[in-house]
Design a protein around this ligand. Structure first.
Ligand code: NDP
Length: 287
């Protein structure tokens, strides 16, 4: 029987672990310290609790490791990875943004998933709002993973145009995360036309950077993403907004920072991105 480990029992990690555990796969939740994580859903009185083991104490060697810490927390798990893996362990990095695989010495069998799981962790309770989808590049390793976990309700989608999915999510994230974090306000701000215009310009700049990287979107993508934003409840925050108001590190390096680097590499003119990126960096500076 395959052994599955989930590093980072947060909003995304807990839901992945739950999907596997409920179908009787052998899953270990690995957190910073020993404890538990409880998953709740609106309008569902039932909640489920799973034990969490301290990553530093676990001695199991896993066949599949789902890494669901935030990009800013990757460094903290690196010293523990070796002992959790054998030569053929497959790692699935479940994070927003891009460029992490180039910055960290993650094992060769690592693939980054485009994550469509929506939730929020407070204390040791995860509120799962919707979705259980991971989009991965299509290859023999990911095909096998999909087969191995076919009995679970984790929806693994293998895409031949995976890069397109990565860039689409990056572009969706760059505008809404930037404006909500910098204004320290929720999706309510989309009611202001000037904020909508700024979002559109950020999306357009993202589309231009993607094109320079050989990933092309049709013109209607702008309207499509603005429609997604329009569907957000006004009280909804984004992960960067929550990190900002809670004084936690934001995943700026892998979203705005990644796009900024690509923009410079291709010598593009991206004034809105450059501005929001500078201000986000400035907001994290400490004396
Ligand atoms: P959370 O903060 O909910 O979860 C991260 C988890 O990792 C926490 O349980 C945290 O523990 C744990 N952790 C941190 N450092 C370590 C460590 N050194 N060892 C073990 N565990 C550790 O984050 P999310 O699940 O929201 O986000 C994960 C990724 O998924 C991010 O890249 C995010 O952008 C992306 N994403 C999130 C979505 C969402 O709706 N939440 C949607 C789509 C993508 P502790 O609580 O102790 O800090």
């Amino acid at each position: 029987m395959y052994k599955f480990g989930v590093i980072g029992p947060g909003a995304v990690g807990a839901v992945i672990g739950e999907s596997l555990q409920n179908s009787d796969y052998h899953v270990t939740f690995l957190g910073r310290k020993e404890g538990k994580v409880c998953i709740e859903r609106v309008e569902d009185p039932e909640s489920t609790t799973f034990p969490v083991e301290a990553i530093s104490e676990v001695e199991t060697v896993f066949d599949y490791l789902f890494i669901a810490v935030k990009g800013t927390q990757l460094e903290g798990i690196m010293p523990h990875l070796d002992k959790l893996m054998h030569a053929d362990t497959v790692c699935i990095l479940c994070q927003n943004g891009y460029g992490q695989l180039g910055k960290f010495q993650l094992p060769g069998n690592t693939y980054q998933a485009v994550v469509y799981i929506s939730g929020q962790k407070k204390g040791n309770v995860v509120m799962h709002f919707r979705d259980r989808t991971l989009i991965l590049p299509e290859n023999t390793v990911t095909k096998k993973l999909k087969k191995v976990i076919a009995a679970s309700n984790l929806d693994i989608q293998l895409q031949s145009d995976y890069r397109n999915e990565v860039w689409y999510k990056l572009i969706v994230n760059v505008a809404i995360n930037s404006v909500t974090a910098l204004s320290r306000n929720t999706a309510l701000i989309l009611q202001e036309e000037k904020v909508q215009s700024l979002c559109k310009r950020l999306i357009q700049e993202g589309v231009e950077i993607a094109a320079a990287e050989g990933v092309y979107f049709q013109e209607k993508v702008l309207e499509e993403i603005m429609k997604i934003y329009a569907g957000y409840p006004s009280q909804m925050g984004t992960s960067m907004y929550y990190d900002m108001i809670n004084g936690q590190s934001m995943e700026v390096e892998y979203i705005q920072g990644f796009l900024y680097e690509k923009s410079r590499e291709h010598d593009l003119n991206t004034p809105c991105l450059d501005t929001v990126y500078s201000l986000l960096l400035a907001s994290e500076m400490k004396g």
